[in-house]
Design a protein around this ligand. Structure first.
Ligand code: NAD
Length: 443
C-alpha cells in the first residue's frame, strides 16, 4: 500500500520504517526541513536502537521524506497522523492535530479516490470523531464515511525498543468510524500474522491507549510510594518487591516449572520516577479530560504528585552526606528518561540537575547517547563527560538516573580507580555492597 505519514518524529519515523520493512511505500512528511533532509540522506534525526540500519535500507527507496503534505496525500491511499499532542498546562494541546487534519482535508479536496486518514497520535477520547473528522470534512468539502474513511490506531511502541515493538506488536487496535475504514487499516497490518487485532470504535481505541499508559504510570508511582515507606521504616524495597513479584498472579509458573517474568514486573520496582514524552503528559491530559467530563481522576492526581516528588528523593539521599553542595563536584549519570533513547523530555535528570546547579554544585553530566539534547538545555552550565571514566573523574557523588547497562561497570571502575565517591542509585542498578559508599531509592 502507498502510505503517507504526517509527523516524522519518534512515532512517525519508526512507523514509516516499519511499514517500509513490511513492504509498503511510505512518504514521511514533516514541517522541519532539516529533519526531512536528514532522513532522505539516511541519517537518523534521533537515537533509537536499529534506526540507522533501517534508514540505510529504506531511505530513498521505499521510504522518502518530504515537506509537501498535499503531494504526499495525493500520491498515497492512506495517511497517518503522528504529530505531537503535548499537555499545555491545562489540557491536551490539539493544535498540531488540527493543523495536520486541515492540511490533509485541503489535499483530499483535490483527490477523487477514496482515502483513509488514521490518527496515531495519542488523543483524548472523542478527538478523532469530534475534531479530526469534522476538520477533514470542512477542509475537503467531502463527507467522512462516504468520500473518505477515518480511523484511530494507537501506537504502543516504547522508545528504546521502538523498532522491535513496532515489528512485533502485542496487539493491533483498529478504531474506525465504519467497517470500510477498519478494512483498509487491517490491510496495512496484514503481514503481521498471528497478532491479535482488536476492531473497535475510535473512542474505545483512544481510551485504550490512555488506560494502558495510566496503568503503567500508576504501577511506577505505587512502587515508589511503597519504596519510600520501606526506606523510612528500614526495610529494603527491592526485597519487598521481590516478595511481591513471586506471587504467581504476577509471575506465573509454566508447565515445566519455570517462572515467567512478564515485562510488567519492571514497572513494579523502586526508582527515581518516570519521565519521557508520554506518561507525564498523557496522565495529565487524562486528568484534565476526566475533570471536564465530571469524572475526577483522584488516583491519577496522586500518581503525578508522587512522581513529581521522586527526583527530590535523590537529593535527600545526597543531603545525608553533604550539608552544603556549593562547589561540590557531582556527576549525573544518565540524562535520557530511559535507556536506549536520547529522549530527555521530562526526564527526572533534568529536575535533579537544575536543583544541583541552583545549590551551587559543580555538575558533570554523562549519557552514552543524549549529550546533544542535554547541551541544548544546560549549555555551558555543566561539564559534559566523554565517557564513564571521564564522568567519575574527581567526582564526590555519582547519581545514577538512567538504567544504562554501561553503568554496571561502576563498581569495578571505582575499585581500579581507588576513588570512593558516594553513589546514589536512582534505579537500584548496583548491589548496595558493590561500592564503598552507597545510597539507593527504597533502601
Ligand atoms: P515528536 O515530537 O517526536 O514528533 C512530532 C513531529 O511532528 C515533529 O517532527 C513535528 O515537526 C511534526 N509535525 C508537527 N505538526 C506537523 C504538521 N502540521 N505537518 C507535518 N509535520 C508536523 O512526537 P512523537 O514522540 O513522535 O509523538 C507523536 C504522537 O505519538 C504523540 O501524540 C505521542 O503522544 C504519541 N506516542 C508517542 C510515543 C513515544 O514513545 N514517543 C509512543 C506512543 C505514542
Amino acid at each position: 500500500m502507498r502510505v503517507s505519514i504526517v509527523g516524522a518524529g519518534y512515532v512517525g519515523l519508526v512507523t514509516g520504517l516499519g511499514l517500509a520493512e513490511i513492504g509498503h511505500d511510505v512518504i514521511c512528511v514533516d514541517l522541519d526541513q532539516m529533519r526531512v533532509d536528514q532522513i532522505n540522506a539516511g541519517r537518523p534525526p534521533f537515537y533509537e536502537d536499529g534506526l540507522d540500519e533501517l534508514l540505510a535500507t529504506h531511505a530513498g527507496n521505499r521510504l522518502i521524506a518530504s515537506t509537501d503534505l498535499a503531494g504526499a496525500v495525493l500520491q498515497t491511499e492512506l495517511t497517518i497522523i503522528a504529530v505531537g499532542t503535548p499537555f499545555d498546562g491545562e489540557q491536551i494541546a490539539l493544535q498540531q492535530v488540527e493543523e495536520a487534519s486541515r492540511a490533509i482535508g485541503r489535499a483530499l479536496a483535490e483527490k477523487e479516490d477514496y482515502h483513509v486518514v488514521v490518527v496515531k497520535s495519542t488523543v483524548v477520547p472523542g478527538t478523532t470523531e469530534s475534531v479530526v473528522a469534522p476538520t477533514l470534512e470542512e477542509a475537503s468539502n467531502k463527507r467522512a464515511g462516504r468520500d473518505f474513511g477515518v480511523g484511530m490506531n494507537p501506537e504502543f511502541l516504547r522508545e528504546g525498543n521502538a523498532i522491535a515493538d513496532f515489528m512485533e506488536p502485542d496487539r493491533i487496535v483498529l478504531g474506525g468510524i465504519d467497517a470500510r475504514s477498519q478494512d483498509v487499516m487491517a490491510e496495512l497490518y496484514k503481514p503481521f500474522t498471528g497478532v491479535e487485532v482488536l476492531r473497535t470504535t475510535t473512542g474505545t481505541a483512544e481510551m485504550i491507549k490512555y488506560t494502558a499508559n495510566s496503568l503503567l504510570a500508576t504501577l511506577i508511582s505505587f512502587s515508589n510510594e511503597m519504596a519510600n515507606l520501606s526506606a523510612t521504616v528500614g526495610v529494603d524495597a527491592m526485597e519487598v518487591m521481590r516478595g511481591v513479584h513471586l506471587d504467581r498472579r504476577f509471575t506465573p509458573i509454566a508447565e515445566d516449572g519455570a517462572r515467567i517474568w512478564p515485562g510488567s514486573i519492571t514497572y513494579l520496582e523502586p526508582g527515581c520516577g518516570f519521565g519521557g514524552s508520554c506518561f507525564p503528559k498523557d496522565v495529565k491530559s487524562l486528568i484534565a479530560f476526566g475533570e471536564q467530563n465530571d469524572s475526577p481522576m483522584r488516583l491519577l492526581r496522586s500518581v503525578i504528585e508522587i512522581n513529581e516528588s521522586q527526583p527530590t528523593k535523590m537529593l535527600e539521599l545526597l543531603g545525608r552526606h553533604f550539608s552544603d553542595l556549593s562547589e561540590v563536584p557531582i556527576t549525573v549519570l544518565g540524562m535520557a528518561f530511559k535507556p536506549g533513547t536520547d529522549d530527555i523530555r521530562e526526564s527526572p535528570s533534568l529536575e535533579v540537575t537544575r536543583v544541583l546547579l541552583a545549590r551551587g554544585a559543580t555538575v558533570t553530566v554523562f549519557d552514552p547517547v543524549a549529550r546533544k539534547p542535554s547541551e541544548e538545555i544546560f549549555g555551558d552550565q555543566v561539564r559534559y563527560a566523554d565517557d564513564l571514566e571521564d564522568a567519575i573523574d574527581g567526582s564526590q557523588a555519582l547519581l545514577i538516573m538512567t538504567r544504562w547497562s554501561e553503568f554496571e561497570r561502576l563498581p569495578s571502575l571505582l575499585r581500579s580507580d581507588g576513588a570512593q565517591p558516594l553513589v546514589v542509585d536512582g534505579r537500584r542498578l548496583l548491589d548496595a555492597d558493590s561500592v564503598e559508599r552507597y545510597e539507593g531509592i527504597g533502601l
